[in-house]
Design a protein. Structure first.
Length: 154
């Protein structure tokens, strides 16, 4: 359950933020961003659930119940966390919605990382920094790609 939940939560935040930032930079369209979020929430949640299912089976180290628990918990955690990003897009203009979403995403990843580090008896700041840096790289890369696409094809 924990594997599916943590995977879905993390993937939902990173994928959705990357998509949002890229679409916003490339199109400036709230409609495109909302459509992208909804698509990620459904298609990528199913994809990740199947991906974790097959990955767990491939390890050949988990019971059938453990494999299905990971699968079942991946989908709703990814779907629900992705859907939380629709709220700021509906409430604010797009630039403010992106900022609010970035704050939300970084906060959730930071809190999750803190609890994982404590559970593993590791220094939390190193784990938090590692995870937030990866998220930052994704955000910067998708912003650059979106800007390039907007300039090249817009």
């Amino acid at each position: 359950m924990k594997t599916g939940f943590c995977f879905g939560l993390t993937s939902g935040i990173i994928t959705t933020l990357g998509l949002m930032v890229g679409l916003s930079s490339g199109t400036g369209s709230k409609l495109a961003v909302i459509g992208g979020i909804l698509t990620i929430a459904v298609a990528d949640a199913f994809s990740d659930a199947l991906g974790i299912h097959i990955s767990e089976e491939a390890e050949n180290a988990h019971s059938t119940r453990e494999v299905w628990e990971s699968t079942v918990f991946t989908f709703p955690s990814k779907f629900l966390v992705a859907m939380t990003f629709v709220v700021p897009v509906l409430l604010f203009d797009l630039s403010k919605a992106i900022i609010a979403s970035l704050i939300w995403g970084f906060l959730v990843i930071g809190v999750l990382s803190f609890f994982l580090a404590r559970e593993q008896e590791k220094g939390p700041w190193k784990v938090i920094a590692e995870h937030l840096i990866i998220l930052m790289v994704v955000v910067i890369a998708t912003d650059l790609i979106g800007s390039w696409i907007g300039t090249a094809f817009g």
